[in-house]
Design a protein around this ligand. Structure first.
Ligand SMILES: [Zn+2]
Length: 223
């Protein structure tokens, strides 16, 4: 197939000079300084990039918008992407550390219930290999709330998914109505974790925990 580009190249060869004089034109970060040495495939131009670098580029690539910089913008994009990657990696590492802490610390919610993590997850590399990096807006969730942190019982989940999963089985009957604690929290416009700790940690009566609403501190001190 004979392309326009090919015809242009042929004409430029015959005429011995470029059809389009690109001198002075700006393409993205590039400013065309002068005609370059021909390297075949049409005219080449010496361009000045905003980053300070000069590079000889093919005119048709400039005109068609295939090239917008000396290559520095491409490198920048890669650098940005790897930074995003680094953040995901770091967040995964923090979540792994927090998981270990929850199990190791004397924590009523975990240690006392005998919840632990599988031995090979002592090493972050193994955890990462099993779980992969944490997706945005997600955190570590156990499928069975009373089960351990292990590959078969863990998943990355959004906060909402976690609420629906781990809290679904905590049914509470109050004022003749039976629903999950998460649903109660929503209905009473309360923070779920606050409501839960009133009942589980501070041993408030159901009536008090549900009826006092979002009292400011020190309503949450143990009684
Ligand atoms: Zn550049």
């Amino acid at each position: 197939m004979v392309t326009f580009q090919f015809l242009q190249m042929l004409l430029e060869l015959i005429m011995g000079k470029p059809l389009n004089n690109l001198e002075g034109n700006v393409f993205g970060s590039l400013k065309v300084l002068m005609i370059g040495r021909s390297k075949g495939n049409g005219a080449w131009w010496i361009c000045q990039c905003k980053c300070g670098k000069q590079k000889e580029l093919r005119g048709s690539d400039l005109v068609q918008g295939k090239i917008n910089s000396c290559g520095c913008e491409h490198k920048e994009r890669i650098a940005r992407a790897s930074t995003t990657h680094g953040m995901k990696y770091n967040r995964t590492y923090r979540l792994w550390g927090a998981m270990k802490n929850r199990c190791n610390r004397l924590n009523q919610d975990y240690s006392a219930r005998g919840i632990t993590y599988e031995k090979r997850w002592d090493f972050f590399e193994n955890f990462l290999a099993d779980m992969g990096e944490v997706p945005d807006e997600m955190s570590l969730d156990r499928i069975n709330v009373d089960g351990n942190y292990e590959k078969s019982n863990c998943q990355w989940a959004t906060r909402e998914q976690q609420a629906n999963n781990t809290r679904a089985n905590v049914f509470v009957e109050w004022n003749g109505k039976r629903q999950t604690l998460a649903q109660w929290a929503k209905e009473l416009n309360m923070n779920y974790d606050k409501l839960r700790s009133r009942i589980v940690r501070y041993k408030w009566s159901l009536d008090r925990a549900l009826s006092e609403g979002n009292q400011p501190e020190p309503a949450d001190v143990p009684v």
